[in-house]
Write a protein that binds this ligand. Sequence first.
Ligand code: ZN
Length: 408
Amino acid sequence: MSTKRQPKRVPAAPEPPRAGSPSTATPASVRQVNRAILLNLIRMHQPVSRIQLSALTGIYRSNVSFIVEELLAEGLVREERGRPAGRGRVPMFLSLNPDGCRVVGVSIRAAETVAALAGLTGRVLDSAAFRTPKTPKAWLEHFRRAIEKLCGGARRWAAGIQHICISVPGMVNHASGEILWMNALPGYAGFGLREKVQEMTGVPATVANDCHLATTCERWMGDISAELRNLVFLEVGDVGVGAGMIVNGELCTGHNSTFAAEFGHMVVDPSGPPCNCGRRGCWELFVCDRATWKHFDASTEFTESRFEELIRQARGGDRRAVRAFQTTARRLGLGISNITLVLNPETVILAGRLTEVWGIIAPPIEEALAALPGRPRLRPARMPAEELFLHGAIRQALSGLFARPRLG
Ligand SMILES: [Zn+2]
């Protein structure tokens, strides 16, 4: 059997079926579904044998082998002999081939942009960072140089990159890849980022909201046997709350693929302070890091270093610092209880620096959820938000290979 890599592109993640155009399963589409299931199982259980894959799925061994041969021929997986255990045949084990694919995940933040080259397992192989300029035109020029660095020079321009996904801290049209609104970088509004990146690199690209990518990344990193089908992700930042939600197994991006899960802008006090969304008294104004700082010391301005010091003091048991986080946590709990009553998620994941004092903030939030009928599991994110955005972009760039095709 050949393990030579065939040139290919990572297919785009499947679009939802159009209304009025039903389709039915054919033997080929059934095989595609099983192929995605097996590839995901190899990712989660590697190293894993063909027999184990058959037992895990109930798919006949001959059919498992047929698909595995296809994956081996495409260079997506590799098969190696395991260690001998006593007498008898030494089994062969399958694992993802890290070199089976090259993708680039990009995270644009207000201050810095990071671009990371990754293989099929999602592990970062190399990265390049630059200061995020104020205009998207200048950003494209910096990005071109970052791609050159990742590919080993201008002569190997974008060589071998199969998909690029860009995480942005703002509102995006997920279908067109156009940036609609970015509070931190207003000059990017209306910029067709996906189109420009594709034109410049010749590589298929995706652009998505940072918290939506973080939401799918949390799900991706989870145990496939307990796949989360209803999940709310909340990222508490300096000035706002970003969010994403998975409903019945699907990331929700709204009817026109632009926004959904903007929980931070639920109005909780109509006569409250003005919000940058144009309304007053939005929830995020009462739970963001600036608000926590205000609970602690309303007489001085919030700065990142002061907030870090506040976290340190709270962890050290300073009563005023602890009370500031408890006040924020009670308001967070109120909002999360409202979200829970609307969506009934299995899990609510919190990200942001305030999770560094999880022992202080979790009890008041749990208390607010205690009386709800479908009490969700509350847990902190698996990694800091900035890392989730980047890894979410990498995962999204790979998603076409692991996604099951949609049927009507
Ligand atoms: Zn608002």
